[in-house]
Design a binder for this molecule. Structure first.
Ligand code: ARG
Length: 463
């Protein structure tokens, strides 16, 4: 460039050059450049035939970059400079008019916002697909019982459908967060210039409409320095990946021989190179392990932006690798989740046997005492004593005799033995949001409505 007499030192170039990763912005940068050129034509900076030449030239550049064996030049600093050079090769000096009224600062912010919009929507679509699988499984396993856990200790029995829907609602909240990222990336920075705005009164609203942005930024300083929309995406992606890690972790545990609650399809499992009998739940393990990497991307960009003086700083070039890596990771995880849930098989007998443990009825007995007027805390202590008696005497709870019950409380009569009938433990959870079949049926209804709304909105946004 004109100001410089020296070429960049290779050691600086290696650090500074963003092309090795920002080539992924190419398609967005070309779309943006076409819209910008139209904006320039709108204020008479470009003649109609110049605009057509630029548009056609950019389309040829798009094709060239997509061709097998295409290579950038070592002197191309970033994707924006590379595309400008390639356009020059196509249409000559006219290419130099394209950068009128635009800085790479607002250009790169706009490209990245386009990436975030596109991939927030992809994430919503993928969440929708995984939610659909979960809902289908919940419907077909609505009355299968399993133990619910706290501290990974058997706690209270629940229906498998209820447990699966817990993941449905996590993903439904992820959709809300990705929608927030989609909306916050819907504000176009282009027109902010380097930081102060530009000297050309381009119709920003028209350019924004052309590119699918809902709004234009209010303030050029904020426009050039804002990366909140990337952070919004990374926040949504981190939480989503964390949710999938919990699902993955449960599937790993459930598919062990010790639990034997479920089995993954072969197409989502791997064998061992040495032990021929092995069928490992690798897909679920990787869901578990991919999550911290997405959170690290979020942390990285938050660190880059921390205390960064306004407006643009080259630091902000470091927004792309965390974003691209998080996109690849979370999309792969969501896609694999939906696939993995297609072929999963649950073992009804194993789950039911594990949930038949009478100790899981301890809370039911305590509530029986409460119905007889005993304060819950006291009832809790009484039942704790019964559990101790049973354990010490090598009996199950229902094997305790009426006399033994009397030692603990005068309120324990034959109803005690009825309460221990497992059929009542789940159906007594009739409260809204509980595992009982009535609230579960209602929940399934609500989930179906939620899913339909998510899918309809996604289709609308995509169109
Ligand atoms: N490659 C740069 C980035 O990704 C583009 C913007 C460069 N702007 C500048 N003023 N040097 O951030």
């Amino acid at each position: 460039m004109g100001r410089f007499r020296k070429d960049p030192d290779p050691r600086f170039w290696r650090l500074n050059r963003s092309l090795p990763f920002d080539w992924q912005l190419a398609i967005y940068d070309i779309d943006q450049s076409i819209a910008h050129a139209r904006g320039l034509k709108g204020i008479g900076v470009l003649e109609a035939d110049e605009l057509s030449q630029i548009e056609a030239g950019l389309e040829r550049v798009r094709v060239r970059m997509g061709a097998h064996g295409f290579e950038f030049e070592g002197a191309d600093e970033d994707i924006h400079m590379a595309i400008e050079r390639l356009l020059g090769e196509e249409i000559g000096p006219l290419a130099g008019k394209l950068h009128t009224g635009r800085s790479r600062n607002d250009q790169v912010a706009t490209d990245v916002a386009m990436v975030v919009q596109n991939h927030s929507l992809s994430a919503i679509e993928l969440c929708g697909a995984a939610m659909e699988r979960l809902l289908t499984l919940a419907e077909s396993h609505a009355d299968w019982t399993m133990p619910g856990y706290t501290h990974l200790q058997r706690a209270q029995p629940v229906y498998l459908g209820h447990h699966l829907l817990a993941y449905f609602w996590m993903l439904a909240r992820d959709v809300v967060r990705f929608q927030l990222a989609l909306d916050s990336a819907g504000v176009m920075p282009l027109g902010s210039g380097a930081l102060a705005g530009v000297n050309w009164e381009i119709d920003r609203e028209a350019v924004a409409a052309d590119l699918g942005f809902a709004h234009v930024s209010h303030n050029s300083i904020d426009g050039a320095s804002n990366r909140d929309f990337v952070l919004d995406y990374l926040n949504a992606a981190s939480i989503c990946a964390m949710h999938l890690s919990r699902l993955g972790s449960e599937i790993v545990i459930w598919s062990s021989s010790e639990f034997g609650f479920c089995e993954l399809d072969e197409s989502f499992s791997s064998g061992s190179s040495i032990m021929p009998q092995k069928k490992n739940p690798d897909s679920a393990e990787l869901l578990r392990a991919k999550s911290p990497r997405v959170a690290a991307s979020y942390q990285t960009l938050l660190g880059v932006m921390h205390a960064l003086p306004l407006t643009y700083g080259k630091d902000m070039q470091e927004d792309k690798e965390p974003l691209f890596d998080a996109i690849d990771t979370v999309e792969a995880c969501l896609d694999a989740t939906a696939g993995m849930l297609e072929g999963i098989e649950f073992d009804r007998e194993r789950m039911e046997a594990a949930s038949g443990d009478e100790m899981l009825a301890a809370t039911e007995v305590a509530d029986l005492l409460v119905r007889r007027g005993v304060p819950f805390r006291e009832a809790h202590g009484i039942v704790g004593g019964l559990v101790r008696d049973a354990v010490e005497r090598g009996k199950s709870l229902s094997e305790l005799t009426p006399e033994e019950l009397c030692e603990r409380s005068e309120h324990l009569d034959d109803s005690y033995y009825e309460v221990l009938q497992r059929s009542s433990w789940l159906e007594s959870k009739r409260i809204a949001g509980g595992t009982g079949s009535a609230p579960l049926a209602k929940q399934i209804e609500e989930a179906r409505e939620t899913l339909a709304a998510v899918q309809a909105r996604a289709r609308e946004e995509r169109a």
